[in-house]
Ligand binder design. Sequence first.
Ligand code: AHR
Length: 627
Amino acid sequence: MGLATIQVFPEKVRFPLNEEMYGVFYEEINHAGDGGLYAELIRNRSFMDARLPEGTAWYKGKACTALGHSENHDLSDDLPGWHVRMTGAARAQITGSTDAPRNPTVPNQLYLIAEGTSEGSVALLNDGYWGISVEPGEYRLTVIVRGNVPSLRVSLEMQYGGEAGCVQIDGVTSVFTKFEVLFAVTKKANGCRLAINPLSDGELWFDFVSLFPVDTFCERKNGMNRRIAEKIKALRPGFLRFPGGCIVEGISLENAFQFEKTLGPVEDRPGCWDLWGYRRTDGIGYHEYLEFCEDLGASGMYVINCGMSCQWRESEHGTPEQIDAFLQSAISAIDYAIASPEENEWGALRAKNGHPAPFPLKYIEIGNENWGAQYIERYNQFYRVLKKKYPQLIYIINDIGRYPDIRPEGYDLFDEHFYVTPQRFPAMAHRYDTYPRNGKKIYVGEYAANQEVGIGNMAAACAEASFMINMERNGDVVKMASYAPLLCHMRDRRWPVNLICYEDGNIFGIPSYHVQKLFSEVRPRVIVQSNCNVSSFTGETKVDTVSGLDENGDLIVKISNFSKGETTVCITAEGFVPASLIGISADSPETENSIDDPENVCAVELPPTASFNMRPYGVYVLRMEAE
Ligand code: AHR
């Protein structure tokens, strides 16, 4: 048992805390978008999923880049996600085809031949992303198809029998035609599959099959899963960082994120092999990222490739021509976001795509996790041009190491990443205390206590709280932070610990989610001086604290108790009395949340008091009002 005495001096204001201090880091990893945030329910809707990663060739059973980086790839199934079922005397076969494509950029199709449909049935099936979850309401089915079977019956089959909804498409001809039909789903069901039944014998070439709920976040047609998006919005992010992460860089430059390919009608987007092990649709494309910023009320942070592929994966350092192409692409992307429609073709294209007003793009990060003299050289090349053209934007750098012949020519924020054990964060309590106050400003772009913590437990959440407290205490140096990664489909957990998890229509936040939400919700406007004295018999008590005033003049005191034992805390602040107390704690540091117990650890309102016992690994926020 320890004792922490916290003395707050509300009149001693130190500095303002950045209003956009906490944001979210989004990357297509763990099926964050496809099968998660993106509301599309059909997997491999454009039949492109079997394609080799861009910039690779098949060599000794692997997809290999020119520089020798290799990735596993399954060539045994040319139509992942799709299969066919026959009953009675009916017969059918499906194969992948690239013959006579509707759009050569998205050439892959599914060819189906069906026979004997009058003596049985044929169904083309898609299980979505480990099962399709639906709720009563309207759904939009889009099919682009040609062939000599005029009518198709499309249904949502439930896993234990019966249908959640169905609709018929009539008028299929030998010319590719886009059918878009709305139909009602009458049941709530998980684990459904889409079944397309040709109602007569013949051949069909499917180019695109998509299913969306009409009820998406902010009712966008090509929109986000409402429940997952609301969970993100509840974090009140000041900014949205996109599109990553390593996918910005790719395993080769050909595989790097290219915003131009993510614009326009979704059926014309080729998607891209995603270095987290699957092909992504790019249905959440550049335009949708920016719309999502708007819908979240967040500023946009676009991370651009500076002509280097991922340095963890045999980096390809682009030629001068390639580097120039990436720079031109960055300029086009920025113009797409903020130029007026009259100013240039990109501003005009944004208007044509339904958004004449500029998007809230505010930050540009040049490169992701890049380093070395070659990086600085490229950084400078990009920074020089972009800063001159768009002086209003905030520029973020990855590496400011000292290299003999080259230094960064300028930057606004330096991005640091930390993936560590829980013990590490409290040990870093004084990391920023000694930074020169007029020196570099920090953006902690990725951080999490993600080692030896299961899928994310209370100890990790408390450790991050301690780090966040220390970031706030040094908010004149640390300007922004984003926990990473954000999302995870539990059936494809590529990264050990992720903030929001889901499966079969169920969503939960790990304990860290509740800390992120609490710290973002209760955000001081200015940080004030406070002292904390800790005494303990065992010497194992580790308490971190920060205090500040919010926009109403209320005093906020945040405290983390990264200790094995309970700690009594006594808070004094002259002229202020306790108004509310919120705690996040658990019976053990290993406690996690899960699909079955989603709120096992969550924020709980406690009786307001300035003196109380903090549970081991507990996190607390006390609000005090002026007397
Ligand atoms: O957040 C997952 C990955 O971690 C990111 O893609 C990368 O930037 C970092 O290495």
